[in-house]
Design a protein around this ligand. Structure first.
Ligand SMILES: Nc1ncnc2c1ncn2[C@@H]1O[C@H](COP(=O)(O)OP(=O)(O)OP(=O)(O)O)[C@@H](O)[C@H]1O
Ligand SMILES: [Mg+2]
Length: 311
């Protein structure tokens, strides 16, 4: 089983309007509500791949109930831990006239020390059945700075591999716990290390404790730095669509590859293909299966050699 952790689960609400004009009132056409947060998106993609997965994290209040209900309706097993505060919503307004999406992200409720202790106790039991643990997204207010570090150490002690996809201080603080894999995008890499050169930045994250780094570079694909070598995996062409959630599909493929203990070359090929296939779908957590199968054979994989990789 692959356990995905979403510490700041959300109800993703999407409103369709004819044309969004700031400062005016709008009639909302269609409305969609889905459980969201990056770990939940990863779980959706794993489920599409037919991989057993379990969703955990924090989700409280009436909005937390809606999140749980939607996961049940989607057939995704969940072990979310309730907290006192109401779970956050993200609101996306899609303006049909120009196809633009405008996003409003709530920060999420403050989590108290007792609630965090309850979660870590539950998590320690869940990781015993996990081959891989995926830790994705921002952390809600109130958590200790070393929250992800602690979850990584607990997973490793139980024999599970860990994949971390977060940014800012949460990423920096977690590296010392030696996650098996981190998946920053280009902006997150630059922010975390101060390097604009992606290779230098990925090597800096490894030096800080990450065992492997797979940097996602949008349409340019992936650059991986691992104990076994370094590679660049690129889609045959840049695809047009919705890149939001492509990173989550990438993480799903990486987690599945780690769970199976496959060689990096194969894992990276899968990750580049699956994430590109996610761009073709309008919602995060979904992939185009036909494109995925086509792209698996057309992804270009190139080994990167020193000194390029050892700057
Ligand atoms: N336009 C594109 N065409 C082909 N592949 C793409 C495109 N955009 C993204 N990808 C694939 O998806 C991967 C992840 O994309 P990106 O680097 O944008 O992740 P991200 O910023 O973490 O996304 P998110 O956090 O919204 O899920 C890329 O490494 C690449 O393999
Ligand atoms: Mg991302």
């Amino acid at each position: 089983m692959i356990l995905t952790v979403t510490l700041n689960a959300a109800l993703d609400v999407t409103y369709g309007v004819d044309r969004l004009v700031s400062g005016t009132s709008h009639r909302v056409g269609e409305t969609h509500e889905r459980a969201g947060g990056k770990g939940i998106n990863v779980a959706r993609v794993l489920d599409l791949l037919g991989r057993p997965t379990l969703v955990t994290g924090l989700a409280g209040g009436p909005t937390g109930e809606l999140i749980r209900g939607e996961l049940r309706a989607s057939g995704l097993p969940e072990a979310l831990v309730p907290v006192g505060g109401d779970a956050r919503r993200t609101v996306t307004v899609v303006s049909h006239a120009d196809g633009q999406a405008t996003v409003f992200n709530q920060p999420g409720p403050r989590v108290g020390p007792g609630e965090w202790a309850e979660f870590t106790a539950r998590y320690a039991r869940l990781v015993r059945d996990a081959r891989v643990v995926v830790l994705s997204g921002s952390t809600p207010p109130g958590l200790p700075a070393d929250a992800y570090a602690r979850l990584i150490r607990t997973a490793a002690a139980a024999g599970a591999r860990t994949v971390l996809d977060t940014s800012g201080p949460a990423l920096g603080e977690a590296l010392g716990a030696r996650p098996d894999l981190v998946k920053p995008n280009a902006a997150e890499l630059a922010e975390a290390t101060g390097h604009t050169d992606m290779t230098a930045a990925a090597l800096a994250l490894r030096a800080a404790g990450a065992r492997a780094v797979v940097a996602s570079l949008g349409p340019r694909g992936l650059e991986a730095h691992t104990p076994d070598g370094a590679w660049h995996a690129a889609p045959p062409e840049a695809l047009t669509g919705n890149p939001t959630g492509a990173g989550d599909a990438c993480v799903a493929a990486l987690a599945a590859g780690l769970a199976d203990g496959r060689p990096w070359r194969r894992v990276l090929r899968e990750a580049a293909a699956l994430s590109a296939a996610a761009v073709l779908r309008p919602t995060a957590g979904d992939v185009d299966p036909a494109a995925y199968h086509r792209l698996r054979t057309t992804v270009r994989l190139e080994e990167l050699h020193a000194p390029h990789t050892h700057r």
